[in-house]
Design a protein around this ligand. Structure first.
Ligand code: G3P
Length: 219
C-alpha cells in the first residue's frame, strides 16, 4: 500500500519524506489554511520535496470553472513536476463533468468527499485517477467507514477499474492496518498518525536495555 501524507505543513512533509515512507501528498483548503502559509507559497516547495502524486483541491463550484482553476494550478507548477499533480474535485454532478473534461485533457483527478461506494463507482466511470473515501467522517456519524473501502475495492476489482482508492480521513493507526488488510491502493495519513505508527513501547524499552548492556561491556 502506498502512503500519502495528508497535510500542507512543509516541516512535517520534509521530516516524513526523510524517513523514506512518503509516496505522495494530499492537501485540501482546510489543511492549507492550517499551515498558516499562502497556497502559492507552499505548492512549489511540496513538489520539490516529494516526487510523487500531489493533490491540490479546486474551490470552484461549476464544472467549467473547476476546469479553468485546475488548468491554472497545472500551469503554476513548473513543467518538470506537472506529471505529479492530481486535481482534487468534489463528487457531485458538476464535479463529474469536470473530471470527464480533465481526463480528456490528460490531467489527473482525485475525486474527494466520497461517502458511498456508488459515488466512487460514478467517479471512476467519469475517469477519475483516484477516489478519496472519507472513512473517519463516516465513523464520526456512527457508520462503519471501512465498510465502504471494502465495497469500493471489491467493485473496482470485479470490473478491472484502474482508478486507485485513497483511504482518507484516517484518524488512528488501526485505520491504516484495516486499509492495508482490505488491499486499498493508498492510505493518506495525517503526520501525527504516522508518528504513532512507528512507536512501540517495547521498542523503546529494547533500545534502552541494549544501550545500558553495551555500556557494561565497554566497562
Ligand atoms: O484529505 C482530507 C481528508 O483526509 C480529511 O480528513 O480528518 O478532515 O476528516 P478529516
Amino acid at each position: 500500500m502506498k502512503i500519502f501524507i495528508d497535510t500542507a505543513n512543509l516541516d512535517e512533509i520534509k521530516e516524513l519524506a526523510s524517513w523514506g515512507i512518503v509516496d505522495g501528498v494530499t492537501t485540501n483548503p482546510t489543511l492549507v489554511a492550517k499551515s498558516g502559509r499562502s497556497f502559492n507559497e507552499i505548492i512549489d516547495e511540496i513538489f520539490e520535496i516529494v516526487d510523487g502524486p500531489i493533490s491540490l483541491e479546486v474551490v470552484s463550484e461549476k464544472a467549467d470553472d473547476m476546469v479553468k482553476e485546475a488548468k491554472k494550478l497545472v500551469n503554476k507548477i513548473s513543467q518538470k513536476f506537472r506529471k505529479n499533480i492530481a486535481i482534487k474535485i468534489p463528487i457531485n454532478p458538476e464535479g463529474l463533468k469536470a473530471v470527464k473534461l480533465l481526463t480528456k485533457e490528460k490531467i489527473k483527478t482525485n475525486v474527494t468527499l466520497i461517502f458511498s461506494a456508488n459515488q466512487a463507482l460514478l467517479a471512476a466511470k467519469a475517469g477519475a485517477t483516484y477516489v478519496s473515501p472519507f472513512i473517519g467522517r463516516l465513523d464520526d456519524i456512527g457508520h462503519e467507514g471501512m465498510q465502504i473501502i471494502e465495497d469500493i475495492v471489491n467493485i473496482f476489482y470485479n470490473y478491472d477499474i484502474e482508478t486507485e482508492v485513497i483511504v482518507a480521513s484516517i484518524r488512528h493507526p488501526i485505520h491504516v492496518i484495516e486499509a492495508a488488510r482490505i488491499g486499498a491502493d493508498i492510505a493518506t495519513i495525517p503526520p501525527d498518525v504516522i508518528k504513532k505508527m512507528v512507536k512501540h513501547s517495547l521498542t523503546d524499552i529494547g533500545i534502552k536495555n541494549f544501550l545500558s548492556d553495551w555500556d557494561k561491556v565497554k566497562k
